[in-house]
Design a protein. Structure first.
Length: 178
């Protein structure tokens, strides 16, 4: 029977997130995480068999945090959903930086991960269906918010202008959705 790890999976994810935040996606290795956590590489691999598993763990953690911020809305209310999506994006983007986003980009290089992401977006667009002005406004606002996310993630928005742009999207959406 093997020794129990001296650090939890969540602790390792926290250390991994800090590595990405300070050094970028390329700095995240099993060895770097072991050193940061003060355990052996085998100790890391007890929780994450590979770097891919570690990256998936980080993405799952971030997705879970975003979903918690998003909360529940009626599946047939695109306006309420986009309102919550904008609010969740506003909150979550304060913690996101270009280095962490770089890890997300590398995550999407794997076809399985890309399929999961595709399916997630398909689920969003299913919630935004309809021909009403409100549904159309919800889709356009969603796409605008995602565009802002990509700008922020690619480091284009170093001055923090995205917050003002997000305010603009929200204001126009509220006018159109009524």
């Amino acid at each position: 029977m093997g020794r129990k790890p001296s650090i939890s999976r969540e602790d390792l994810l926290g250390e991994a997130e800090e590595i990405v935040r300070t050094g970028g996606a390329a700095a995240l290795t099993i060895g770097a995480l072991a050193q940061a956590a003060g355990i052996s590489k085998g100790g890391v691999q007890y929780s994450f068999a590979s770097k891919d598993d570690l990256v998936r763990g980080l993405i799952d953690r971030w997705t879970g945090q975003f979903d918690a911020l998003l909360g529940e809305t009626a599946p047939d209310d695109p306006v309420a959903f986009v309102r919550r999506y904008i609010a969740a994006t506003r909150t979550s983007q304060q913690a996101m930086n270009a280095k962490m986003a770089g890890l997300l980009v590398s995550y999407l290089e794997n076809p399985v991960n890309r399929r999961e992401t595709h399916d997630w977006y398909r689920g969003i667009f299913d919630r935004l269906e309809g021909n009403s002005q409100a549904a159309q406004a919800a889709r356009v606002a969603f796409l605008a918010v995602e565009g802002l996310f990509l700008m922020h993630m690619n480091g284009i928005d170093e001055d923090g202008d995205w917050v003002g742009f997000l305010d603009d999207v929200e204001a126009v959406f509220e006018r159109l959705a009524c």
